[in-house]
Design a binder for this molecule. Structure first.
Ligand SMILES: Nc1nc2c(c(=O)[nH]1)N[C@H]1C(S)=C(S)[C@@H](COP(=O)(O)OP(=O)(O)OC[C@H]3O[C@@H](n4cnc5c(=O)[nH]c(N)nc54)[C@H](O)[C@@H]3O)O[C@H]1N2
Ligand SMILES: Nc1nc2c(c(=O)[nH]1)N[C@H]1C(S)=C(S)[C@@H](COP(=O)(O)OP(=O)(O)OC[C@H]3O[C@@H](n4cnc5c(=O)[nH]c(N)nc54)[C@H](O)[C@@H]3O)O[C@H]1N2
Ligand code: SF4
Ligand SMILES: [Mo]
Length: 689
């Protein structure tokens, strides 16, 4: 039987959104590889997704619907038919919605980034039902909000242009782990003589390969950015023409920056003043200079304002004039997506359901309901997410999910920690088995995903499930009959000139297409802000009674903000991803888990010595929220006072049946309600023998 090749897209939550080629023989996907012609993928997939067939044909794939027979959390289920499962779910949701549809809470994130298998049919269903809205804050909302205040939206430097930068500042990103295809452009620049700076609390794999590394305390980036601004302004290394024509609020920003001389910022950040001075000098004197900021820097109380402060830098120096200057956090705002067509918020009619912050799921599930909160959550419908593993403050999430009176439905490819708590588990297709269309947040290409193989077992796409539920609930609006290909076509807003010549039929044939937008987005200003300028000073924020300028907001959990807590739990903890996992995805792929071996905590030798802890020992990492048994590695790649606990392990594949989120908290960041995973104090002690 000869093989054929199917054009697909990597579905995972990663800025790179790679173009994939799937080799299929006799209905079986034999291999996936990167499309060599796609300019950012360049024929390379990361180690995780190169094994996508292993994930798809995994022995543990869920292949038929399941109904719970044991206590919640124990993972005991029996097989049921689709009709039986869907009838029961529709009946139960209908009964809850008859009391108050807001008692139903959808819970989803980016298990797939596909616009079809993400929030299309699902959103239509929940809008029509009148369910609670979910505020999707768990990853990026603080930084995205900060960026929006200054630049107006998620736009920035074209990733391909970093190849020609002369200075690259990698800020809060472990690019080699989490943004590999950006890293290849940075390497091209490095080979051509560019200088690379990294700003990160630990010496991650990327920092190892940069020329200079500012190893700051987590959550202090805004102070660092202000000290840089102070230096730029003090030396008059700013572009007065760009500032005059394309920004607002320079005088106010200058006054605020004057509060952050090098020494003050250096003391707060825990770094040498001379290093900040050196970066300011490089940033001013080397052009084009570009910043690659990523979401690692905004998982703290002050994350939104940190991004806001950083976003002021390229306008001060006029670095936006160069295609290879500027700043990239996310490119998603370059895409013209017809969100309303996908999600159909009009199906709400006059209803305005409450919105629940997904990063405080534990609190939401444990809330008894009152006039402020609204009704108690009686049903949780989870798809594209594994909240039991990834949401903060796990012990409260577990208590919430264990409620006998909570009706939980989980659409999943695998029996995850979350699925263990479900009343019904519904088997979902993988990217090789369904249709989708993708934008990206790290490049500027639309991609199509053609199905390569038939669904395995009785697995079904998310869209199919919500279509079936809609039919059973009597939702007869025509949009519930749309096919997946129809939805994919609707996603590409035909009225948006950036989509000219691009439609789903073309994408299906060619695999991908570059959107049309200026390579240097703000060379001539044109910021999508209310003023049309880069807003150092936000009149909107001032009118709302908030700080009109970027603020320096300390972490909730640090010695300055909470000395009492710091006395009991003196170590700061960050929990960035392990390289071979993608959030909690891939933890169950044997070959990848074998590379990571077991949950690991980096501890500085000084902190270890003070606690009598030897390299490789099992330790107990704990605070007042929980306790996490973990293997520790002593390393000077972290700073004294900082531990690095790699995530996000499945609880049931970890030593104590818990993961690092046992220790994190649910408080929101300063902007956008973002999660604060890296704003966390802990103590570490040798594990009891
Ligand atoms: N292999 C792999 N790739 C991934 C993921 C994965 O889990 N695994 N996750 C994907 C997802 S969902 C996302 S959102 C992105 C995340 O990727 P990134 O946006 O790069 O974010 P993180 O990996 O969370 O953190 C990046 C770096 O920020 C550092 N950091 C932590 N706190 C601070 C701080 O206060 N200031 C500064 N300056 N740096 C700080 C961390 O030490 C880490 O080295 O990657 C995507 N890619
Ligand atoms: N401590 C700590 N916690 C973190 C982070 C951290 O750095 N530290 N990172 C945070 C970040 S940045 C993010 S984005 C979140 C991510 O959290 P999630 O978005 O929940 O990501 P995953 O853990 O990858 O879980 C996605 C699930 O979706 C399933 N899935 C994939 N495709 C489909 C599909 O087509 N249909 C259905 N029904 N299911 C599908 C996968 O099998 C997987 O179990 O985690 C956050 N949690
Ligand atoms: S680098 Fe990112 S987009 Fe590319 S294959 Fe890996 S996870 Fe997917
Ligand atoms: Mo994320």
């Amino acid at each position: 039987m000869p093989t054929h090749t199917v054009r697909a897209a990597c579905p995972h939550d990663c800025p790179d959104t790679c173009a994939m080629l799937v080799t299929v023989r006799d209905g079986v996907a034999e291999a996936v590889r990167g499309d060599p012609d796609h300019p950012t993928t360049a024929g390379v997939l990361c180690a995780k997704v190169a094994r996508y067939t292993e994930r798809t044909y995994h022995r543990d794939r869920l292949l038929h619907p399941l109904r719970r027979v044991g206590p919640k959390g124990t993972g005991r289920f029996e097989r049921v038919g689709w009709n039986e499962a869907l009838d029961a779910i529709a009946t139960r949701l209908g009964a809850i919605a008859a009391r108050d549809p807001q008692a139903v809470l959808p819970y989803s994130y980016a298990g797939t980034m596909g616009l079809v298998q993400g929030e299309s049919m699902a959103a239509r269903f929940f809008h029509r039902l009148g369910a609670s809205l979910l505020d999707r804050t768990i990853c990026a909302s603080a930084g995205a909000s900060g960026l929006r205040l200054v630049l107006g939206g998620a736009r920035g430097t074209d990733v391909e242009q970093f190849a020609h930068s002369r200075l690259i500042v990698i800020w809060g990103s472990n690019s080699i782990t989490s943004n590999l295809h950006f890293w290849s452009f940075a390497q091209q620049a490095k080979r051509a003589g560019a200088k690379l700076w990294c700003i990160d609390p630990w010496r991650n794999d990327t920092a190892e390969k940069c020329h200079a590394h500012i190893q700051l305390r987590p959550g202090t980036d805004a102070a660092l950015a202000y000290a840089l601004m102070h230096e730029l302004i003090r030396h008059d290394w700013v572009d007065h023409d760009y500032i005059a024509r394309h920004t607002v609020g320079f005088a106010q920003l200058r006054a605020r920056a004057a509060e952050w001389p090098l020494e003050r910022a250096a003391a707060l950040c825990g770094v040498a003043a001379a290093q900040i001075a050196e970066l300011a000098h490089d940033y001013a004197r080397v052009a084009p200079a570009a910043i690659r900021a990523n979401y690692g820097l905004q998982r703290v109380h002050g994350g939104g304002n940190a991004m806001r402060a950083i976003a002021c830098l390229p306008a001060l120096t006029g670095s936006w004039r160069h295609a290879s200057g500027g700043l990239l956090l996310s490119s998603s705002g370059h895409f013209g997506v017809d969100q309303a067509a996908l999600e159909r918020p009009d199906l709400l009619g006059a209803r305005r359901p409450r919105s629940i912050n997904m990063s405080a799921l534990g609190d939401a599930l444990l809330h008894p309901g009152d006039a402020t909160f609204g009704p108690r959550v009686d049903s949780l419908v989870v798809y594209n997410s594994n909240p039991m593993a990834v949401a903060p403050d796990s012990s409260r999430v577990a208590r919430g999910l264990a409620r006998e009176d909570l009706f939980t439905v989980v659409l999943e490819q695998f029996q995850t920690d979350t699925a263990d708590y479900a009343d019904y588990v519904l088997p979902a297709t993988t990217q090789l088995e369904h249709v989708d269309v993708h934008k990206a947040y790290g490049h500027r290409y639309w991609l199509a995903n053609n199905p390569a193989i038939a669904p395995l077992g009785e697995a079904r796409p998310n869209t199919w499930v919500f279509r079936e539920l809609a039919a059973r609930m009597g939702f007869d609006e025509p949009c519930f009959a749309d096919s997946d290909a129809t939805i994919a076509a609707q996603a590409i807003d035909a009225r948006d000139p950036r989509n000219s010549g691009i439609d789903f039929a073309r994408l299906r044939r060619d695999g991908w297409a570059r959107l049309h937008d200026a390579t240097a987005p703000f060379a001539e200003g044109g910021f999508p802000t209310p003023s049309g300028r880069c807003e150092f000073f936000s009149a909107g924020e001032a009118a709302a009674g908030r700080d009109p300028l970027p603020a320096v907001v300390l972490p909730y959990e640090c010695a300055e903000a909470d000395p009492e807590r710091a006395a009991s739990y003196p170590l700061a903890m960050i929990s960035p991803p392990a390289r071979n996992f993608l959030n909690s995805s891939f933890v169950n792929v044997d070959a990848l888990r074998a590379r990571e071996r077991e949950p690991l905590l980096l501890l500085h030798p000084q902190d270890a010595a003070a606690r009598g802890i030897a390299d490789g020992a099992m330790v107990r990492c704990f605070n007042d929220r929980g306790s996490y048994p973990v293997r520790c590695a002593l390393s000077d790649r972290t700073r004294a006072g900082l531990v690095v606990g790699f995530g996000v392990w499945w609880r049931k594949l970890s030593a104590g049946g818990v993961n690092v989120n046992e220790l994190t908290h649910q408080r929101p960041a300063d902007l956008g309600g973002g999660a604060c995973f890296y704003d966390c104090l802990v103590e570490v002690e040798p594990a009891a023998a």
